[in-house]
Design a protein around this ligand. Structure first.
Ligand SMILES: O=P(O)(O)OC[C@H]1O[C@@H](O)[C@H](O)[C@@H]1O
Length: 447
């Protein structure tokens, strides 16, 4: 039993809080988690935290924004109630996929404005916004791609003509854009002149009483320039700032989507590894694992997957997500291509998280097509939002193994292919070591 420590659990995962407290030999501290009718979060810390080492357990997933707000308010409450230190324990760190480039399920920045598709045609993640260069695009050597500035402008003009409008901007001879001067229809004359006056060609209005007043010119409408992306939020820094601003002194988490996200914080962040659990599962639960092959479903996860393959001396394969328009042949599944050999082997997909499960189910389809006899997906964070469970049930996946960094009770009921690994003991040990000021590097030792 550890002393002078207080562990609170948010509403995201009460069962994990209980498991952690059981390992620590203390009961979860009393806290009232409620809501006003309007939906605002209301917190009451129901026991003293003065001079105590406080740990607050709250995971991402589910109602992620509510959980985050609940965590921030609880941190703040403990801080103002004179806690000695406040540690936020986030088994799945919310918003960690938005630490750098904005995320959507195709991996592309969320940069398309509604209706922009028709203007930019086959604009893809790999297409760079083309910076206009002096001397025109051709002379600047931009004409070798299919998405040259002129090509895009041509499309814009064509679309505008079809729609009966005019192009939002016209290229000058040097390839730059300029605002078109406001047309007559865009000028708004003063009420008085509208009612009783007339305007001359200089935009000067003659009033009834012979006085002259200037026409009020409507400011030109803002028009995004073709080839430039809309501004998109990068929430990672904001979330880091919110946690520290609320009063967190320390963060404990697991398998951050981007490990470099730790650098966004100016407080210590312990990023525990879920891969130990995944590796042990491969080693002890998958028959003839030495003949199996570890597969990363994308290049971003290759390091994570090769760590397991190397530790167990297993072969490795990679699925390359092709984001550019490409020729589809036998070795491609629409936009996925396998690099490596899985024929007549068990394939084991390793990933940090499954949200919609689109990635792992599509990867499984490709692997079976490439001759894999069985496909496992081993994933640290089983978020499994929306119809992810139905997708898994209908997929070529034989088994999906996740940790309980996110509550899996409902998922387990609905998915016969699902198996859950316990992370409560890992977090309990990290909390114990942090509390006693012991090194936690042993939790990072891989072999
Ligand atoms: O396809 P879903 O399950 O929605 O998203 C999971 C994927 O999105 C990535 O960020 C993860 O690393 C994983 O590869």
């Amino acid at each position: 039993m550890v002393r002078n420590i207080v562990v609170f659990g948010g509403s995201s995962h009460p069962q994990l809080t209980q498991t952690i407290c059981d390992h620590l030999g203390i009961p979860p501290a009393k806290i009232l988690l409620a809501k006003f009718a309007v939906g605002e979060t209301r917190i009451e810390v129901a026991e003293s935290v003065r001079g105590k080492d406080v740990f607050i357990i709250q995971s991402g997933g589910g109602k992620v924004n509510d959980h985050l707000m609940e965590l921030l308010i609880t941190i703040s409450a403990c801080r103002t109630a004179s806690a000695k230190r406040v540690t936020a324990v986030l088994p799945l760190f919310p918003y960690s996929r938005q630490s750098d480039i904005p995320y959507n399920k195709t991996g592309a920045p969320l940069a398309k404005a509604p209706g922009q598709r028709s203007r930019t045609g086959t604009y893809t993640f790999d297409s760079r916004p083309q910076t206009p260069l002096p001397g025109g695009p051709e002379s600047a050597g931009l004409s070798n791609g299919t998405h040259t500035l002129h090509h895009q402008l041509g499309r814009v003009k064509l679309d505008e003509q079809r729609n009966g409008g005019s192009a939002p901007a016209s290229p000058r001879s040097n390839g730059n854009f300029e605002h078109q001067p406001p047309r007559r229809s865009e000028t708004m004359e003063s009420d008085k002149s509208e009612k009783s006056g007339s305007s001359n060609t200089n935009g000067v209005v003659n009033g009834v009483n012979g006085t002259q007043s200037k026409a009020v010119t409507k400011p030109p409408q803002f028009q995004g320039q073709p080839g430039y992306k809309q501004w998109v939020a990068q929430a990672g820094t904001l979330i880091a700032d919110l946690l520290t601003c609320a009063g967190a002194d320390h963060v404990i988490t697991m398998d951050l989507h981007d490990p470099q996200y730790q650098g966004f914080f100016d407080i210590p962040v312990d990023n525990l590894y879920g891969r130990h659990l995944l590796r042990k599962y491969v080693q002890y639960q998958i028959p003839n694992h030495q003949q199996a092959v570890i597969v990363s479903p994308d290049a971003g996860g290759a390091k994570r997957a090769t760590a397991i393959a190397d530790a167990l001396g297993m072969p490795f394969a990679l699925i390359h997500k092709e984001r550019r328009p490409t020729q589809i042949n036998d070795r491609q599944n629409a936009t996925m291509m396998l690099v490596g050999d899985v024929a007549d082997r068990t394939a084991i997909l390793i990933d940090d998280l499954a949200d919609t499960s689109n990635t792992i189910t599509r990867a499984a389809k490709l692997l079976k097509k490439e001759g894999a006899t069985k496909v496992y997906a081993l994933v640290t964070h089983g978020i499994l939002s929306g119809d992810a469970i139905e997708r898994i049930n209908a997929s070529a996946l034989d088994k999906v193994v996740v940790t309980n960094s996110v509550d899996q009770a409902d998922h387990l009921r609905r998915c016969p292919k699902l198996e859950v690994l316990e992370v409560g003991n890992v977090f309990a040990e990290a909390i114990r070591r942090v509390h006693h000021g012991e090194s936690i590097s042993v939790l990072f030792d891989y072999n």
